[in-house]
Design a protein around this ligand. Structure first.
Ligand code: ADP
Length: 476
């Protein structure tokens, strides 16, 4: 049985408890065992990162670029094998998982180039005989806390810029996906990173969460709103830099003049692929009167044809939901929706397949109002609601009437609506005739309101979080 251990100061270390890693497509299969670190071991990892920081932070940029390239190359070379591990422990389809490993590889390759492009500014002083230079320093030791739904891509988009810009890292992956984290850490540890520069600690967030923040300079988090708020609060108390990416309740507006096929494709992909377990999932389908019935019928027809089965089986379009807790949450919201008076032209059911797993078919709620609990809270399952509206004006106002603001999409053939939506949607990402989920790896990512706290992640904008600006005055 593979042990997914902790990497502390360059050594693979056994933790204090062992937790089975279960395959959600076949709950009889134990993929490996996660070895959970103690709070003391977390402190050891932070100390190792602190010790490694002074040298790493001023290391040659070519060295860092080469290390990031080595990581990218191994990820590319092993994407099929690593994709299988990811699909097995998380439940997304093999194709989605292989695509995600490729994305992680591209992210490391992108930052392998960014590291040699670090630049500053030179300015004239307002005083005679003085020059002013503006440069960027590494921030220090950075704690990285990630969720289970993208166990390669999200760690990659935090770890790659952290290392590129000279920081040292303590990485705490989600409890449900220790295998992907272990595989990634193994690659990073063999790519030439000096001991202590990159550390991995497994564990239950609620138990080692405080230890993860003690003595570090910054924390970057992706996960639930509840945990994100706690981490932001605690980081403030310690006066350390913090970035949090949290949930969404992303609207997809469908206007009368939309291409029906495009709109249905966006809705089905955005809301239900990856079992709806994406923070950018389209969970509120806001549809104007004139296209409403045709849209609902077409979505219903498309949903009836989706293949839901073992994540590794050829032909599967949607795998199981990630675990029993998530399944229970999805079922609870299905009951809430029905109690609130929503109709269910397609109602989710537990499915039996050749292997025992958490297979749940899609739920489409219709005749819902934006004030219903199912339209206010993130469900994170294969569940979406249709909200019927009079016209575009009502649609945009309903789209923005939410505590969240991650991604917002519109399907329309009208330039007027498209432009208005792009200007007025209160979201970090807007999509025109595209699903709300599905993003490039080289451009900024992040939201507004309760969806995000702090500066943007990814692309060239990532440098803002992972470096700190220094202004130097020189008398010459
Ligand atoms: P999810 O619903 O996706 O599990 P969480 O916010 O609970 O969302 O988890 C996201 C990540 O945050 C996981 O790595 C988890 O272990 C971690 N986490 C959970 N609670 C805390 C906490 N109190 N402090 C630090 N990390 C936490």
């Amino acid at each position: 049985m593979t042990q997914f251990r902790n990497l502390i100061g360059g050594e693979w270390v056994t933790g204090v408890t062992t937790v089975d890693n279960i395959n959600p497509s076949d709950t009889n299969e134990i993929i490996g065992q996660a070895s959970h670190a103690s709070a003391q071991q977390v402190a050891d990892a932070i100390a190792a990162a602190r010790h490694a920081f002074p040298k790493w932070s001023v290391s040659n940029t070519q060295l860092r670029s080469d290390i990031l390239s080595n990581i990218a190359n191994e990820l590319f070379a092993r994407k099929d094998e690593l994709g299988e591990l990811l699909a097995r422990e998380e439940g997304k389809t093999r194709a989605e998982a292989i695509g995600e490993v490729g994305r992680a590889a591209n992210i490391f390759r992108f930052f392998a180039s960014e590291v040699v492009r670090i630049r500053g500014e030179k300015m004239a002083s307002v005083r005679p005989g003085i020059d002013v230079e503006i440069s960027r320093d590494a921030v220090g030791v950075i704690t990285i806390i990630t969720p289970w739904n993208f166990p390669f891509a999200i760690p990659a988009w935090k770890i790659a810029p952290a290392l590129a810009f000279g920081n040292t890292v303590v990485f705490k992956p989600a409890e449900l996906t220790p295998g992907s984290a272990w595989a990634l850490a193994d690659i990073i540890s063999r790519a030439g990173t000096p001991p202590g520069v990159f550390n991995l600690v497994n564990g239950v967030g609620a138990e080692i969460g405080d230890a993860l923040l003690d003595g570090v300079d910054a924390v970057t988090f992706t996960g639930s709103v509840r945990t994100g708020r706690q981490i932001v609060d605690k980081a403030m108390g310690r006066m350390i830099r913090v970035q949090a990416e949290m949930g969404g309740k992303n609207p997809l507006v469908v206007v009368d003049d939309a291409d029906l096929d495009v709109a249905v494709g966006c809705a089905v992909d955005g809301a239900f692929f990856q079992a709806g377990q994406r923070c950018t999932a389209s969970s509120r389908l806001i549809v104007t009167e004139g296209i409403h019935d045709r849209f609902v019928n077409a979505v219903k027809e498309r949903l009836g044809k989706l293949v839901i089965d073992n994540a590794l089986k050829a032909g599967t379009q949607i795998g199981p939901v990630v675990d029993k807790r998530q399944l229970d949450q999805d079922m609870r919201y299905m009951d809430i929706g029905i109690k609130e008076g929503a109709q269910t032209p397609i109602k989710g059911e537990l499915l039996k397949r050749a292997t025992p797993g958490y297979y749940l078919s899609p739920t489409l709620f219709t005749e819902t109002t934006n004030q219903m609990q199912i339209n206010r809270e993130e469900i994170f399952g294969p569940v979406a609601s249709v909200i019927r509206v009079r016209d575009y004006e009502e649609a945009i106002s309903v789209a923005n009437d939410t505590p969240f603001g991650l991604s917002a999409g519109i399907c329309t053939t009208s330039q007027k609506y498209a432009r208005h939506f792009r200007m007025h949607a209160e979201a970090g990402l807007t999509m025109l005739n595209l699903a709300t989920a599905g993003l490039d790896y080289h451009v900024p990512f992040g939201g507004r309101k309760a969806s995000s706290y702090g500066v943007r992640e990814q692309g060239t904008y990532a440098i803002e979080f992972y470096t700190i600006v220094k202004t130097s005055y020189l008398s010459v």
